[in-house]
Design a binder for this molecule. Structure first.
Ligand SMILES: Cc1cc2nc3c(=O)[nH]c(=O)nc-3n(C[C@H](O)[C@H](O)[C@H](O)COP(=O)(O)OP(=O)(O)OC[C@H]3O[C@@H](n4cnc5c(N)ncnc54)[C@H](O)[C@@H]3O)c2cc1C
Length: 417
């Protein structure tokens, strides 16, 4: 089934009876060429690109819950390519290019909106850092503009420019950055993978990884054993637990990140705005809710919900930046489990076990990586070689210390990235 304006019109006029389920609900087969553990954004995009770019169709995605129930459906939907360090720069730049053709590629409306991101700065030192970052973005072929305080005021008149502690000095503007509808991204990739023959198996938790003579041969699941020539571990916040099934101890800590949405309001925030001093970011959804978030809850946990001190810190930051938000009522909040790496950058790599691959370390920035990550992971799994965009995302950098990508310069402390 393809979507088109004509189809929407026809269904609208005939009672919407012709739509079909987006994907099948198959029983797991005894054996696959490749199995992806985790039906989040990265697992689904890996399966999609394995089928589309490499012609593999005997693939299964095994998801312990329902597709898109993890972080891919819990994030604040920000999509950007404004990284500073080699490794991250080229990877996220490639991912943004994939985003720009994604709706046509998937024939699915993921509501990708390049409304622009403005990172505010509040001191001369921060301005210098913003200039350096902007130059790195331009060198990578992406877009960046330095905005003066008055240029920021013209775009974001509702901010408090003269807050005594955090006066606004200006902003780094990334026009191609923006947002996308997170569930639709999961659904679009799921539908695209299913159409290419991939089995998407929900309510199927992987409980063990079978290895024989140093080679992966399959997985144990709550729906029985499944043999596989290749296995990709793509489980974000649960990466350490899954890798442990293969005897691996990952350099990953799992931490909670919360987000919030207000009641629907008339259009007020046109861009994505970030307030680095307090790790606060906000945009407005198409339904009108102000969607915002802040920093981690600062303790390791597998609970997909947060605590009150985290909420208080985010609300304080919101009030410092835009006092008008105090009039809006918060509708709901939620949390997700972040796979925090020691340098804040991701890992897409082979493991010491033949045929077993790892995709993790997305911290709180993995939504924008969904297309690029799946593309690079699929390339690695299909060819055995890293894709050019992801060749620096190696696991052994934490063993050797070479090639670390500490974007924020906070050192090897997971919860500071
Ligand atoms: C509040 C919040 C805000 C965020 N904001 C942004 C943002 O604005 N921009 C951005 O780029 N990123 C953001 N992120 C980060 C981003 O959402 C994640 O980095 C990304 O979604 C992680 O990859 P994923 O989609 O594959 O993860 P998930 O969707 O979590 O997928 C992993 C899947 O693995 C499954 N799984 C785990 N263990 C097993 C098992 N044993 N067997 C089978 N399946 C298993 C899980 O059920 C889950 O569905 C945010 C995250 C949160 C929580």
């Amino acid at each position: 089934m393809r979507f088109s304006a004509l189809k929407v019109l026809k269904e609208g006029l005939t009672g919407n009876k012709g739509w079909q389920p987006h994907w099948r609900n198959p029983e797991p087969k005894a054996e696959y060429d490749a199995v992806i553990i985790g039906g989040g954004g990265h697992g689904l995009s890996t399966a999609y690109y394995l089928a589309k770019e490499h012609g593999l169709s005997n693939i299964a995605v095994l998801e312990k819950g329902y597709l898109g129930g993890g972080n891919v459906g819990r994030n604040t939907t920000i999509v950007r390519a404004n990284y500073y360090l080699p490794g991250n720069s080229e990877f996220y730049s490639h991912s943004l290019k994939l985003w720009e053709g994604l709706e046509q590629d998937l024939n699915y409306n993921v509501m990708h909106s390049q409304r622009g991101i403005i990172n505010l700065f509040h001191s001369d030192g921060q301005r210098d850092a913003a200039v350096r970052r902007g130059n790195a973005m331009i060198n990578q072929g992406d877009d960046a503009h330095l905005l003066s305080r008055e240029e920021v005021r013209a775009k974001l008149p509702y901010l408090d420019f003269d807050n005594a502690r955090f006066p606004i000095y200006g902003g780094l503007y990334h026009p191609r950055g923006g947002t996308a509808r997170h569930d639709a991204v999961a659904w679009g990739y799921a539908r695209g993978a299913d159409q290419r023959g991939v089995d998407l198996i929900q309510n199927c938790e992987v409980t063990g990884i079978d290895v024989e003579n140093g080679k992966v041969v399959g997985v144990q699941t709550t729906r029985g054993p499944i043999r596989a020539k290749k296995v990709g571990m793509v489980t974000a916040g649960r990466s350490s637990q899954v890798a442990q099934m293969a005897g691996m101890r990952l350099p990953i800590e799992s931490h909670i990140l919360q987000a919030y949405v207000t009641e629907g309001l008339k259009p007020v925030i046109d861009h994505v705005v970030t307030f680095g001093m307090s790790h606060f970011y906000i945009s407005q959804s198409d339904k009108g809710g102000l969607v915002f978030g802040g920093d981690l809850d600062f303790y390791a946990s597998y609970a997909a919900r947060g605590n009150l001190p985290g909420k208080e810190q985010v609300m304080e930051a919101a009030m410092a930046l835009m006092p008008m938000i105090g009039k809006a009522r918060v509708l709901r909040s939620w949390g997700g489990i972040m796979d925090m790496s020691p340098d804040g950058s991701p890992i897409i790599d082979k493991t010491h076990i033949d045929g077993l691959f790892l995709n993790t370390g997305w911290c709180y920035g993995g939504f924008k990586a969904v297309p690029g990550s799946g593309f690079a992971m699929a390339h690695l799994m299909a060819t055995g070689r890293p894709h050019a965009s992801g060749e620096k995302l190696r696991l052994d950098r934490f063993e050797t210390g070479r090639g670390l990508m500490d974007e924020e310069g906070t050192g090897a402390q997971h919860n500071l990235h």
